[in-house]
Ligand binder design. Structure first.
Ligand code: AMP
Length: 192
């Protein structure tokens, strides 16, 4: 199973990805986590990404595509993977498709967690309080920018994947367990 977990910042993609990883033994590919690790390690990628992430903007497509191309070659991806935070632009989605075709792979489904903007803001505000600002891109200004960037550059992917017949939507305002059950029901339906 090769999945994309899709949704705005704060929709719960990371939490659900971990549950899916456990349930189906899939590799969890979280580009935000990979970038934060690169910033931490002060690698070339990290140096280029840091300020962009702090502004809540998107890291350039060519950097992200190179990162994913390399990650998808790792042995843990052979049994399937969950993409969390990628693709975020149409160009990224097109590049992903090319990469997968070249490997003889295909996407199984794109699961979109739907959460209205007001709920996202409240959730991220809570995350900031709870983490004591551990993430330097979890500030009210960055959050507003990240949500705007989502609507401008990432939400068009919903139509892109709907047209391909790959899109499944889940109400992401429900509890973590309820969302997990809804996602699992979709995937069980696909396996039959
Ligand atoms: P996330 O943890 O997925 O919310 O990502 C945190 C930040 O990393 C985003 O606000 C972007 O600046 C950057 N980022 C993560 N994934 C991507 C991507 N696929 N394309 C561009 N930028 C990304």
């Amino acid at each position: 199973m090769n999945l994309i977990l899709f949704g705005p910042p704060g929709a719960g993609k990371g939490t659900q990805a971990l549950r899916l990883k456990e349930r189906y033994g899939l590799a969890h590919i979280a580009t935000g986590d990979m970038l934060r690790a690169a910033v931490e390690a002060e690698s070339e990628l990290g140096r280029r990404a840091k300020a962009i992430m702090e502004r809540g903007e998107l890291v350039p497509d060519e950097l992200m595509i190179a990162l994913i191309a390399e990650r998808i070659e790792e042995p843990d991806c052979r049994s399937g993977f969950i993409l969390d935070g990628f693709p975020r632009t149409i160009a990224q989605a097109e590049a992903l498709e090319e990469l997968l075709v070249r490997k003889g792979l295909a996407l199984t489904a794109v699961i979109a967690l739907e959460v209205p903007d007001e709920v996202l803001s409240a959730r991220i505000r809570r995350r900031v309080e709870e983490s004591g600002g551990a993430r330097s891109d979890d500030t009210p200004e960055t959050l507003r920018r990240r949500i705007a960037v989502y609507h401008e550059q990432t939400a068009p992917l919903l139509d892109y994947y709907r047209r391909k017949g790959l899109l499944y939507t889940v109400d992401g305002t429900r509890s973590i367990d309820e969302v997990e059950r809804a996602v699992a029901a979709i995937l069980e339906g696909l396996r039959r």
